[in-house]
Design a protein around this ligand. Structure first.
Ligand code: MTE
Length: 347
């Protein structure tokens, strides 16, 4: 396979200046304090640790995980913390790390919520490359390292609302999707962008299963203006740490105003298109799952009412049920994208 390096673009040309300035201050302020913060399942608190940073949330101490690729270097030591205000932050209680990483939908590893964690032990994300295709001036196959390395990692605390009417609050680590996409220079024909997940029979038991319902690869898509919205995020980590396999390592989409199925995991292809692509769930059940999939309490799914949701973790005694908000509470940032559209038709 041909592996190309992206053309020599300075990060400052593609990353908003504010982020760059912030990063400088932040690197300059590095401290040697040893406070060993371990914050999981609590309200977001400031965590100052050996790295001297101010991330809102960190994975529990003593977490055992496989060694990440060396090329990440100190990237995870220099993450820009989430701001204190919506939309890139919410002060709602964080879903504990153990729930975020053990209650998953990732059908490539099985259909039960515990399957992705249980069955992803063999999954290998190093090396990883991503094919860039379609209506772009810089198509090719790029190493993940080359895609990620020019960017400052950022923390974002978002609500995640699944179409199955459960939800979480997750502190992601990643890069604004627009900053990544722009580097490949989509041309004026690019009206949509499509994403594909890896298909690997050897390490993904759900893919080789005779009972699989999805026609692999798992595919998702966005309109270009949706993809360029500042909320759309390419995550490479959560809780200040690398993305676990079950959450879509090494790189997955996070589109917080849409149902979780749009947030495709373990991406190996990004295709810029003139026409609207087919997404996996829409292909499977078009009456149940649309292309847009905006969180909408007024349009119900045949099996799940959408006006309330179970905020995880629920307990034996409480479902922890809350009201669902239009666009998952991100209307101020995204409602304009759908002006004049009948959202009960374009569900
Ligand atoms: N991506 C792939 N490749 N395969 C999947 O089965 N499930 C989607 C989405 N991305 C899925 C996927 C669904 S239905 C949801 S709700 C979210 O991932 C769940 O993300 P999480 O497991 O990190 O909470």
């Amino acid at each position: 396979m041909l592996i190309k390096r992206p053309a020599d673009i300075k990060p400052s040309e593609i990353t908003p200046e504010s982020i760059y300035r912030n990063r400088r201050q932040f690197l300059g302020a590095s401290s040697t304090l040893m406070l060993g913060a371990a914050l999981g399942g609590t309200s977001p608190l400031m965590a100052q640790d050996a790295r001297g940073d101010q991330l809102k949330a960190r994975a529990p101490a003593g977490l055992t995980r496989s060694e990440p690729a060396a090329w990440w270097g100190d990237k995870f030591d220099n993450i820009q913390p989430a701001p204190d205000a919506e939309p890139f932050f919410t002060d709602e209680t964080l879903t504990p790390y153990d729930d975020v990483t053990a209650y998953n939908n990732f059908y490539e590893f099985g259909m039960d919520k515990g399957d992705p964690k249980r069955n992803s032990g063999e999954f290998n994300v190093d090396p990883w490359s991503v094919e860039i295709a379609g209506e772009v001036d810089k198509p090719g196959t790029y190493n993940l390292e080359d895609i990620v390395s020019p960017h400052q990692l950022e923390e974002r605390i978002y609500r995640l609302r699944c179409v199955e009417a459960w939800s979480m609050v997750i502190p992601w680590i990643g890069i604004p999707l627009a900053d990544i996409l722009k580097r490949f220079e989509p041309n004026s024909n690019a009206r949509f962008v499509e994403f594909e997940t890896l298909v690997d029979e050897d390490t993904m038991p759900g893919v080789r299963s005779r009972f699989a319902i999805i026609d692999w690869p798992y595919r998702e898509g966005l309109r270009m203006d949706e993809a360029m919205n500042p909320l759309a995020f390419m995550a490479v980590g959560l809780y200040g740490d690398y993305l676990p396999s079950q959450n879509g390592a090494p790189m997955r989409l996070v589109v917080p105003w849409k149902y979780g199925f749009k947030s495709i995991k373990s991406i190996v292809k990004i295709n810029f298109l003139r026409e609207q692509p087919i997404n996996s769930w829409n292909e499977l059940q078009p009456q149940e799952y649309g292309f847009y999939a905006n969180v909408n309490p007024n349009v119900h799914h045949p099996r799940w009412r959408q006006d309330t949701e179970r905020r995880l973790p629920q307990t034996l005694f409480s479902q922890n049920r809350i009201r669902t908000q239009m666009f998952n509470g991100y209307g101020e940032q995204v409602a304009h994208l759908y002006e004049g559209m009948d959202l009960s038709r374009y569900y």
